[in-house]
Design a protein around this ligand. Structure first.
Ligand code: IPE
Ligand code: MG
Length: 228
């Protein structure tokens, strides 16, 4: 979800106004995913590197998270959304940590949409914490065991990865899980990414051919040579 700051700056507003608008866009996106039958949505809300921002911006992002926990969770609960927070929680206040755990517990039985919020998350952090955990338990480190020890072990790898805001990089998001994801980049700033923009991204994705290392012929056998 990139571009909140630029959205605000272009309007001569403080950056935090962009983050608030970004929260509105996220609410709409969650709703649209539910309507479209998307089963899993994972968003990058705060990266391990975002601590390097000015302290007042960091604290306003923390406040937004705390506020969202109080305000948004009851609504999400009613909409069948199962919430997960992925990331290093040790840096968060006791109150926020308790709020995250509560939100996860309150929505655990929901099944319509699994909604993962990556907060104080980094792809490298995730791989390292998974490896460290396996090592501490004396378990072998294999592709499979590592995959199962990552923060997103409860969901399949993402089919589609969307980055808004015009940048074409992963910025330490889902490094492991995005191995075969279709990448979609848009110049739209996150606060402008509405239901129609999501539909457009899904339509773009639907037109792609995914081969997972196989040949085009294997993926789409010619008529008459189709395997039974
Ligand atoms: C949102 O966009 C990303 C978050 C850390 C919440 P930015 O804050 O990176 O916005 P830009 O890139 O400065 O426009
Ligand atoms: Mg940015």
């Amino acid at each position: 979800m990139d571009g909140n700051g630029r959205w605000a700056t272009r309007r001569y507003l403080p950056r935090v106004a962009g983050h608030k608008k970004g929260m509105d866009a996220l609410r709409a996106c969650v709703r649209r995913c539910g309507e479209r039958g998307v089963r899993v949505l994972t968003v990058f809300a705060f990266s391990s590197e975002n601590w390097n921002r000015p302290p007042e911006e960091v604290s306003s992002l923390m406040e937004l998270l705390a506020m969202a926990l109080g305000r948004e969770v009851p609504q999400l609960k009613g909409e069948g959304v199962q919430l997960h927070f992925i990331g290093d929680r040790r840096a968060l206040s006791d109150k926020v940590r308790a709020g995250l755990a509560q939100a996860e517990a309150d929505t655990a039985s929901n099944e319509r949409l699994v909604f993962n919020v990556c907060f104080n998350y980094g792809g490298r952090w995730d791989i390292a914490q998974a490896a460290a955990r396996l090592a501490a338990e004396g378990r072998p480190i294999t592709e499979h065991s590592l995959d199962r020890a990552l923060g997103l072990a409860h969901v399949p790898d993402p089919d589609l990865l969307i980055r808004t805001g015009g940048e074409q990089r992963l910025s330490n998001f889902l490094l492991w899980q995005a191995a075969y994801s279709e990448l979609y980049f848009t110049d739209k700033l996150w606060p402008e990414f509405d239901a129609a923009a999501l539909d457009e991204a899904i339509a773009d994705y639907a037109a792609r051919e995914r081969r997972f290392g196989r040949t085009p012929e294997q993926v789409t056998p010619r008529a008459g040579r189709r395997a039974a």
